[in-house]
Design a protein around this ligand. Structure first.
Ligand SMILES: Nc1ncnc2c1ncn2[C@@H]1O[C@H](COP(=O)(O)OP(=O)(O)OP(=O)(O)O)[C@@H](O)[C@H]1O
Ligand SMILES: [Mg+2]
Length: 386
């Protein structure tokens, strides 16, 4: 049921779509028995009922062709439902003129969808200009947004094809945020970039969301991305049926059926560790030695693995037992303060020495973690001892 203020806003005849959306209660977007049948085919979305929380990230995840994009696009009427109702901020989207509705929400796609013949700053300012914001004010806001998404001001004058894929996606996010919309629709926005950039963009989105608290509906087919980003995750099955809609921790711990269990995959036990803090994992003193700027190893050969550090104590790699000279091997993943048991275990398992390197907030070596002790911490967490 719509919250009272949302209902009042929905009845207000003068409110713009964006004002109405801004006054919604806890449910921002509601699908009610929504179906979409393209031409005379099988339903792309069938009888979807789902409520999206305000100010949270809701992820639609599922295999290809299961109706995620169709569901997303019905929210801003890029696709019209065959039957059923969608409300945004308590107001039936069918009652809002489609162009106005679209401008009231940010939309980010897999390929950034930037206009190739316009500069970055003009791309970001597009919706502001459509909303009749004067040119100078729109550009000023666009430049602020460039900074918000972590791009240098010097990129403002470039054209989209002069940016990397990751930079283009950041511009796409800035453009979507330009009119400060309460709702952001994101359709596989990070799927076309390499895994390292993708991880950066994911972290950046979470950081932005802590500041902005938008209602974000995020589509992906990647369960890892879904569980990382989602406050809640809807797992779609073929035909636009939602098999499970729950917080990610619950989907990994207790998939409702074989479809969801298969989709979240064999590694779900390992992924579930992402939700357990690694604070109780013991840290051991690290046998470090200094490697100077010229890269010369200042250690004598030792009987055990030794960790090379720079002058500030940042880890550089491992020296195998009995080795000397420049035989440093790359380290594994690092374990940061506040990381989960998953990170702790990965740090230990990925390290050539079998000991995971923990670093402090400044990236300096803080100690070593050992896999058996991480496993003991996992047992303790399961038994509720920590
Ligand atoms: N314009 C269209 N005309 C006809 N059928 C369509 C159209 N758009 C989508 N479909 C069909 O609807 C179903 C759902 O498509 P949709 O694009 O919503 O899936 P999806 O979950 O986003 O998939 P993907 O992960 O591949 O992006 C598919 O069977 C697709 O072929
Ligand atoms: Mg899609």
């Amino acid at each position: 049921m719509a919250a009272p203020e949302a209902t009042a806003a929905a009845q207000g005849t003068n409110a713009t779509a964006q004002e109405t959306i801004g006054r919604a209660g806890t449910a921002m977007v509601e699908f009610s028995r929504v179906s979409k049948i393209y031409q005379a085919g099988a339903p792309a979305v069938e009888n979807l009922s789902l409520s999206v929380d305000k100010g949270k990230i809701t992820v639609f995840v599922g295999p290809s062709g299961c109706g995620k994009t169709t569901s997303l696009r019905m929210i801003n009427r890029m696709v019209e439902p065959t039957s059923g109702t969608i409300t945004v901020g308590g107001r039936d989207v069918a009652s809002i003129p489609a162009p106005e509705l679209r401008r009231s929400m940010g939309y980010v796609m897999q390929q950034s969808g930037l206009l190739p013949h316009r500069t970055v700053v003009d791309n970001i300012a597009t919706v502001l200009r459509l909303n009749k914001v004067p040119r100078a004010a729109a550009r000023k806001r666009a430049l602020e947004l460039l900074e918000t998404v972590g791009l240098p001001a010097g990129m403002a004058r470039r054209y989209p094809n002069q940016l990397s894929g990751g930079q283009q996606q950041r511009v796409g996010v800035a453009r979507a945020l330009a009119a400060d919309p309460p709702v952001l629709l994101m359709d596989e926005p990070f799927s076309a970039v390499d895994p390292v950039v993708r991880a950066e963009l994911q972290a950046e989105l979470l950081r932005l969301q802590r500041e902005l608290a938008k209602t974000i509906i995020f589509v992906t087919h990647d369960i890892d991305e879904a569980t990382l980003l989602g406050d809640k995750v809807a797992v779609f099955a073929t035909g636009g049926r939602v098999a499970q809609y729950a917080p990610p921790e619950e989907i990994l711990r207790a998939p409702v059926d074989d479809f969801v269990a298969n989709f979240v995959g064999r590694d779900r036990g390992f992924r579930h560790l992402s939700f357990s803090p690694g604070t109780d994992v013991p840290l051991h003193r690290a046998p470090t030695f200094l490697m100077d700027d010229a890269g010369r190893n200042q250690a004598a050969a030792s009987a055990a693995w030794a960790l090379a550090v720079d002058g500030d104590g940042h880890p550089l790699g491992w020296l195998p037992p009995g080795a000397s000279g420049l035989e440093i091997v790359p380290g594994g993943s690092l374990f940061h303060p506040g990381d989960s048991l998953r990170n702790a275990l990965d740090a230990a398992l990925s390290s050539p020495s079998g000991q995971g390197v923990a670093v402090d907030a400044d990236g300096r070596v803080a100690g070593l973690v050992q896999a058996p002790e991480v496993l003991a911490a996992i047992d303790a967490a399961r038994e509720g001892r920590s």
